[in-house]
Design a protein around this ligand. Sequence first.
Ligand SMILES: Cc1ncc(COP(=O)(O)O)c(C=O)c1O
Length: 399
Amino acid sequence: MKSGRHFLQIPGPTNVPERVLRAIAQPTIDHRGPAFSTLGREAIAGLRRVFQTAGHVVIYPSSGTGAWEASLVNTLSAGDTVLMFETGHFATLWRDMAVRLGLVVDFVPGDWRHGVDPEVVRQKLADDRERRIKAVAVVHNETSTGVTSRIAAIRTAMDDARHPALLLVDTISSLGSIDYRHDEWRVDVTVAGSQKGLMLPPGLGFNAVSEKALAASKEARLPRAYWDWQPMIKDGAAGFFPYTPATNLLYGLRESVAMLMDEGLPHVFARHCRFAEATRRAAAAWGLEVLCANPQEYSSSLTAVMMPPGHDADAFRAIVLERFDMSLGTGLGRLKGRVFRIGHLGDFNDLMLAGTLSGVEMGLAASGVPFTRGGVTAALEYLAGEGVERQAREAHQET
Ligand SMILES: Cc1ncc(COP(=O)(O)O)c(C=O)c1O
C-alpha cells in the first residue's frame, strides 16, 4: 500500500489533468448521430490551433506509431527514397518502419546527442540532382535523448536547395509543449499523438496535412486502407469518421485544447522552457551531464541525464520507484542503463518539478551514485527568481 499520489515523470504518457478526466467520463454517444458532428468538428478545429495550421487534420484511434505509418503510406510509393536522420531511438524506429514498407532510406548517421544538421539537409538535397528523394522525415523532439531538431532551419535548408521533397515531422513529444508551426514552416505532414503535451491518455494519433501532401497522396501507391486520408478528410468535414472513433478521448481532446488555449500557447511553451532550464541547473549542480550536447537543441519537454560510468540508470530508477513511488523514463536502445529521463511536460507546475527533482536527488543518494548535493536548491532558486519573467519574455519574442 502506497499513500499519496504516484509521480509519473516519464516523458509520456503524461499526467492527465482532472478537467480532462472529467470530460472523458461522459456517456458514449452515437458516433453517427447529430451530437457527434459538433464534437468531431470542435475536436478537429481545436487541433488545428495547436498545430498552428488552417489545413487538414486527421484523427486516428491509434498510438503515435499508427500516425507515423499514415504519414508514409499516404504520401509515398514502394522504392521511393526518404532522407532520415539517426537522432535517436524513435528516429531509428521510424526508419525501420519505412524500410519494412518498401521505401529506400538514406539514413544519416548520428551520435544521439545532436539534432538534425540543417546544412546536411541542404547538401543532401543539393546533391540529389535526379530528385530521387521524395521526403525528408525528421523527429522534432527525440524523446529518447531530449534533443530537438530545428524545423524552421531545416525548412530554410530545403528551400535553399530548391528541392521538391515533402517535409514530414514527428511532433509526438513536442506538440503542445514546444513551439511548433505547421503552416509557417510549411511542413507537409506533422505526426502527433494524444499522450504527451496534449495531456490525454494514449489512444489518438494525428496527422496535419498540407495541400502539397494531399496532392502527393493521389499519386502515392503504397497500400493503405485503415490509414487512408481521403475518407477521413471527407467525413471529417462534417465532424464524422469512416469508422468508429475513440469517442470519449475526443471529449478529452476538446477539453485539453481548451486548457492549452486558456493558458495561451506562448505561455505553455515558456512554462516548459522554465522546467527544462531548472532541471538542467539541477543536473549541473549534481555534477551530472545532460545528454543533449548543443544548447540550441535542448528539449523543453524532457531531460535525459547521463549516469556516471559504472552506475546503472535502471538500478537507480528502480530505487526511485521503490522508495519514492516515482517513475522516471528508462534509457532506450543503445542508451539502456546509461541515461534516465525526466519528463517535465504536460499538466505540470513548479511544485511538481520540485517534487520530481527531490525524488531524483534522494534516489541518487540512496543508490550510491557519486554526485554533489544541491541540485534541488539550484532549481528552486531559478524557479523562484528571475527565471519566471525571463523565460516568458524569451518565449514571447520567439512567437
Ligand atoms: C518521438 C516519438 N515518436 C514516436 C513514438 C511512438 O509513439 P507510440 O508509442 O504512441 O506508438 C514515440 C513514443 O513515445 C515518440 O516519443
